[in-house]
Design a protein. Structure first.
Length: 280
Protein backbone atom coordinates (compact mmCIF):
# COMPACT_ATOMS: atom_id res chain seq x y z
CA UNK A 1 0.00 0.00 0.00
CA UNK A 2 1.40 3.40 -0.96
CA UNK A 3 0.65 6.68 0.82
CA UNK A 4 0.78 8.28 -2.64
CA UNK A 5 -2.12 6.14 -3.85
CA UNK A 6 -4.13 5.27 -0.73
CA UNK A 7 -7.14 2.96 -0.97
CA UNK A 8 -10.32 4.91 -1.83
CA UNK A 9 -11.89 3.86 1.48
CA UNK A 10 -9.16 5.71 3.39
CA UNK A 11 -9.31 8.95 1.43
CA UNK A 12 -12.06 10.60 3.55
CA UNK A 13 -10.07 9.95 6.73
CA UNK A 14 -6.85 11.23 5.16
CA UNK A 15 -8.69 14.33 3.94
CA UNK A 16 -9.74 15.16 7.51
CA UNK A 17 -6.12 14.82 8.63
CA UNK A 18 -4.83 16.91 5.72
CA UNK A 19 -7.41 19.63 6.41
CA UNK A 20 -6.02 20.06 9.92
CA UNK A 21 -2.45 20.22 8.64
CA UNK A 22 -2.99 22.68 5.82
CA UNK A 23 -0.99 25.64 7.15
CA UNK A 24 2.24 26.38 5.30
CA UNK A 25 4.80 27.94 7.63
CA UNK A 26 5.99 30.61 7.50
CA UNK A 27 3.83 31.22 4.42
CA UNK A 28 4.27 34.98 4.35
CA UNK A 29 4.09 35.30 8.13
CA UNK A 30 6.68 36.96 10.34
CA UNK A 31 8.20 35.34 13.44
CA UNK A 32 6.94 36.48 16.83
CA UNK A 33 9.28 36.12 19.80
CA UNK A 34 9.41 36.46 23.56
CA UNK A 35 12.78 37.16 25.18
CA UNK A 36 14.51 36.30 21.89
CA UNK A 37 12.79 32.86 21.65
CA UNK A 38 10.38 32.44 18.76
CA UNK A 39 6.95 31.37 19.95
CA UNK A 40 4.61 32.28 17.10
CA UNK A 41 3.93 33.45 13.55
CA UNK A 42 1.99 36.61 12.70
CA UNK A 43 0.11 37.50 9.54
CA UNK A 44 0.90 40.70 7.60
CA UNK A 45 -2.19 42.37 9.12
CA UNK A 46 -1.08 41.54 12.68
CA UNK A 47 2.49 42.51 11.82
CA UNK A 48 1.27 45.94 10.77
CA UNK A 49 -0.42 46.38 14.15
CA UNK A 50 2.70 45.22 16.01
CA UNK A 51 4.79 47.67 14.01
CA UNK A 52 2.59 50.57 15.13
CA UNK A 53 3.24 49.42 18.72
CA UNK A 54 7.00 49.56 18.18
CA UNK A 55 7.49 45.82 18.58
CA UNK A 56 9.61 45.14 15.51
CA UNK A 57 12.65 42.97 16.30
CA UNK A 58 14.98 42.27 13.38
CA UNK A 59 13.04 40.38 10.69
CA UNK A 60 10.10 39.81 13.00
CA UNK A 61 8.30 41.11 16.07
CA UNK A 62 8.23 40.38 19.76
CA UNK A 63 8.33 41.37 23.41
CA UNK A 64 11.33 41.47 25.72
CA UNK A 65 9.74 39.57 28.62
CA UNK A 66 6.86 37.19 29.29
CA UNK A 67 5.22 39.74 31.57
CA UNK A 68 4.51 41.85 28.46
CA UNK A 69 2.49 39.13 26.71
CA UNK A 70 -0.84 39.54 28.47
CA UNK A 71 -0.91 43.35 28.23
CA UNK A 72 -0.08 43.00 24.53
CA UNK A 73 -2.95 40.57 24.02
CA UNK A 74 -5.35 43.02 25.65
CA UNK A 75 -4.06 45.84 23.47
CA UNK A 76 -4.61 43.75 20.33
CA UNK A 77 -8.16 43.09 21.51
CA UNK A 78 -8.75 46.82 21.98
CA UNK A 79 -7.38 47.39 18.47
CA UNK A 80 -10.09 45.07 17.13
CA UNK A 81 -7.98 42.08 16.10
CA UNK A 82 -10.12 39.64 18.12
CA UNK A 83 -12.92 39.45 20.68
CA UNK A 84 -11.74 38.64 24.19
CA UNK A 85 -12.45 35.20 25.64
CA UNK A 86 -11.81 36.51 29.18
CA UNK A 87 -9.67 33.43 29.78
CA UNK A 88 -5.89 33.37 30.23
CA UNK A 89 -3.78 30.67 28.57
CA UNK A 90 -0.15 29.88 29.32
CA UNK A 91 2.43 30.55 26.61
CA UNK A 92 5.20 27.95 26.64
CA UNK A 93 8.66 27.67 25.17
CA UNK A 94 9.60 24.67 23.02
CA UNK A 95 10.95 23.03 26.19
CA UNK A 96 7.61 23.48 27.98
CA UNK A 97 8.65 26.37 30.22
CA UNK A 98 5.80 28.82 30.89
CA UNK A 99 6.91 32.22 29.59
CA UNK A 100 3.74 34.18 30.36
CA UNK A 101 0.03 34.34 29.57
CA UNK A 102 -2.26 35.75 26.89
CA UNK A 103 -5.99 36.10 26.45
CA UNK A 104 -7.15 32.91 24.74
CA UNK A 105 -8.50 34.82 21.75
CA UNK A 106 -5.03 36.21 20.97
CA UNK A 107 -3.48 32.77 20.47
CA UNK A 108 -4.38 32.33 16.77
CA UNK A 109 -3.75 36.05 16.12
CA UNK A 110 -0.15 35.63 17.27
CA UNK A 111 0.15 32.10 15.88
CA UNK A 112 1.03 30.66 19.29
CA UNK A 113 0.85 26.98 20.18
CA UNK A 114 -2.13 26.10 22.37
CA UNK A 115 -2.91 22.96 24.35
CA UNK A 116 -6.23 21.29 25.03
CA UNK A 117 -7.84 17.99 25.97
CA UNK A 118 -10.29 15.67 24.18
CA UNK A 119 -11.98 12.80 25.96
CA UNK A 120 -13.62 9.78 24.33
CA UNK A 121 -16.57 8.88 26.56
CA UNK A 122 -16.88 5.13 25.94
CA UNK A 123 -19.55 2.64 26.96
CA UNK A 124 -19.01 -1.10 26.51
CA UNK A 125 -22.25 -2.99 25.96
CA UNK A 126 -22.98 -6.60 25.09
CA UNK A 127 -23.69 -5.51 21.50
CA UNK A 128 -20.41 -3.61 21.17
CA UNK A 129 -18.63 -0.31 21.84
CA UNK A 130 -20.58 2.96 22.03
CA UNK A 131 -19.40 6.57 22.18
CA UNK A 132 -21.07 9.56 23.79
CA UNK A 133 -21.23 12.43 21.27
CA UNK A 134 -22.14 16.04 22.05
CA UNK A 135 -23.77 18.56 19.74
CA UNK A 136 -22.32 22.02 20.26
CA UNK A 137 -24.68 24.83 21.20
CA UNK A 138 -25.71 27.15 18.38
CA UNK A 139 -24.49 30.01 20.57
CA UNK A 140 -20.88 28.78 20.47
CA UNK A 141 -18.47 31.26 18.92
CA UNK A 142 -16.65 28.57 16.93
CA UNK A 143 -18.30 25.74 14.99
CA UNK A 144 -21.84 26.14 16.40
CA UNK A 145 -24.04 23.08 15.97
CA UNK A 146 -21.19 20.74 15.07
CA UNK A 147 -20.78 17.34 16.71
CA UNK A 148 -18.08 17.18 19.36
CA UNK A 149 -16.55 14.96 21.98
CA UNK A 150 -18.35 14.37 25.26
CA UNK A 151 -15.60 16.46 26.88
CA UNK A 152 -13.15 18.79 25.15
CA UNK A 153 -11.58 22.08 26.08
CA UNK A 154 -8.56 24.30 26.12
CA UNK A 155 -5.99 24.15 28.91
CA UNK A 156 -6.36 27.34 30.95
CA UNK A 157 -3.39 29.05 32.60
CA UNK A 158 -1.93 27.11 35.51
CA UNK A 159 -3.55 23.77 34.63
CA UNK A 160 -2.14 20.52 33.30
CA UNK A 161 -3.94 18.03 31.01
CA UNK A 162 -5.20 15.75 33.80
CA UNK A 163 -6.56 18.65 35.85
CA UNK A 164 -8.20 20.09 32.73
CA UNK A 165 -9.93 16.79 31.94
CA UNK A 166 -11.42 16.59 35.43
CA UNK A 167 -12.49 20.26 35.34
CA UNK A 168 -14.02 20.09 31.85
CA UNK A 169 -15.71 16.74 32.53
CA UNK A 170 -17.65 18.25 35.42
CA UNK A 171 -18.48 21.49 33.62
CA UNK A 172 -19.44 20.07 30.24
CA UNK A 173 -21.02 16.71 31.05
CA UNK A 174 -21.62 16.49 34.81
CA UNK A 175 -19.04 13.71 35.24
CA UNK A 176 -17.99 13.40 38.91
CA UNK A 177 -14.32 14.12 39.58
CA UNK A 178 -13.76 10.60 40.97
CA UNK A 179 -14.97 9.07 37.70
CA UNK A 180 -13.18 11.57 35.46
CA UNK A 181 -9.92 10.86 37.30
CA UNK A 182 -9.99 7.31 35.91
CA UNK A 183 -9.62 8.62 32.34
CA UNK A 184 -6.62 7.08 30.58
CA UNK A 185 -4.14 9.20 28.62
CA UNK A 186 -3.85 7.59 25.17
CA UNK A 187 -2.25 9.95 22.66
CA UNK A 188 -0.99 13.40 21.70
CA UNK A 189 -1.98 14.99 18.39
CA UNK A 190 -0.53 18.16 16.85
CA UNK A 191 -1.63 20.11 13.80
CA UNK A 192 -1.44 23.56 12.19
CA UNK A 193 -4.13 25.10 10.01
CA UNK A 194 -5.49 28.48 9.00
CA UNK A 195 -8.91 29.28 10.41
CA UNK A 196 -11.13 32.39 10.34
CA UNK A 197 -9.80 33.24 13.80
CA UNK A 198 -6.17 32.94 12.66
CA UNK A 199 -3.38 30.37 12.71
CA UNK A 200 -4.22 27.35 14.85
CA UNK A 201 -1.18 25.46 16.13
CA UNK A 202 -2.81 23.06 18.55
CA UNK A 203 -1.63 20.25 20.78
CA UNK A 204 -4.41 17.84 21.82
CA UNK A 205 -3.99 15.56 24.83
CA UNK A 206 -6.36 12.66 24.21
CA UNK A 207 -8.03 10.48 26.84
CA UNK A 208 -10.33 7.46 26.96
CA UNK A 209 -12.88 7.21 29.76
CA UNK A 210 -14.93 4.06 30.25
CA UNK A 211 -18.35 5.08 31.55
CA UNK A 212 -20.98 2.95 33.29
CA UNK A 213 -23.94 1.95 31.11
CA UNK A 214 -26.31 3.82 33.41
CA UNK A 215 -24.39 7.10 33.18
CA UNK A 216 -26.18 9.93 31.36
CA UNK A 217 -24.27 13.19 30.79
CA UNK A 218 -25.75 16.52 31.81
CA UNK A 219 -24.77 19.81 30.15
CA UNK A 220 -23.70 21.91 33.13
CA UNK A 221 -22.31 25.01 31.37
CA UNK A 222 -24.67 25.51 28.43
CA UNK A 223 -22.01 24.81 25.79
CA UNK A 224 -23.74 21.61 24.63
CA UNK A 225 -27.16 21.43 22.99
CA UNK A 226 -27.62 17.67 23.38
CA UNK A 227 -25.82 14.35 23.99
CA UNK A 228 -26.16 11.16 21.94
CA UNK A 229 -24.88 7.64 22.62
CA UNK A 230 -23.90 6.12 19.26
CA UNK A 231 -22.44 2.76 18.19
CA UNK A 232 -18.78 3.18 17.24
CA UNK A 233 -19.53 1.97 13.68
CA UNK A 234 -22.06 4.78 13.27
CA UNK A 235 -19.52 7.32 14.54
CA UNK A 236 -16.96 5.96 12.09
CA UNK A 237 -19.45 6.34 9.24
CA UNK A 238 -20.12 9.95 10.22
CA UNK A 239 -16.39 10.72 10.12
CA UNK A 240 -15.99 8.89 6.79
CA UNK A 241 -19.04 10.28 5.01
CA UNK A 242 -19.67 13.74 6.47
CA UNK A 243 -18.21 16.90 7.98
CA UNK A 244 -20.62 16.71 10.90
CA UNK A 245 -17.88 16.77 13.53
CA UNK A 246 -15.88 19.82 14.58
CA UNK A 247 -12.70 19.82 12.49
CA UNK A 248 -10.21 18.58 15.11
CA UNK A 249 -12.55 15.98 16.62
CA UNK A 250 -12.11 13.91 13.45
CA UNK A 251 -8.40 13.43 14.21
CA UNK A 252 -9.01 12.21 17.75
CA UNK A 253 -11.70 9.83 16.52
CA UNK A 254 -9.45 8.44 13.78
CA UNK A 255 -6.86 7.76 16.49
CA UNK A 256 -9.58 5.95 18.49
CA UNK A 257 -10.61 3.85 15.48
CA UNK A 258 -6.98 2.84 14.94
CA UNK A 259 -6.48 1.85 18.57
CA UNK A 260 -9.73 -0.14 18.58
CA UNK A 261 -8.68 -2.16 15.53
CA UNK A 262 -11.30 -0.79 13.13
CA UNK A 263 -8.78 -0.57 10.28
CA UNK A 264 -6.67 -3.26 8.67
CA UNK A 265 -3.05 -3.21 9.96
CA UNK A 266 -1.62 -1.64 6.78
CA UNK A 267 -4.39 0.98 6.76
CA UNK A 268 -3.80 1.74 10.43
CA UNK A 269 -0.09 2.29 9.79
CA UNK A 270 -0.81 4.72 6.97
CA UNK A 271 -3.30 6.69 9.06
CA UNK A 272 -1.08 6.65 12.17
CA UNK A 273 1.80 8.07 10.15
CA UNK A 274 -0.47 10.72 8.64
CA UNK A 275 -1.54 11.80 12.14
CA UNK A 276 2.13 12.15 13.06
CA UNK A 277 2.91 14.07 9.88
CA UNK A 278 5.12 11.30 8.55
CA UNK A 279 5.27 9.48 5.24
CA UNK A 280 4.19 5.86 5.36
Amino acid sequence: MSDKYPPPALKPFLQHIAACNSAVLPGGRSPFSCAAEQIGWVSPATAQMLETLGLQQGPGFGVKAGSELFPLSRTLCEMGLYASHDEAFDVRSDSGLVLGQVDRGAIPVLGLAAEGVHLNGLVERAEGLFLWVARRSMSKRLDPGKLDHLVAGGMSAGLDPQTTVIKEAQEEAGIPAELAATARYVSRIEYALERPEGLRRDVLHCYDLLLPEEFVPVAEDGEVESFHLLPIDEVMALVRDTDAFKFNVNLVLIDLFIRRGLFEPAEATLLRNALKGQAA
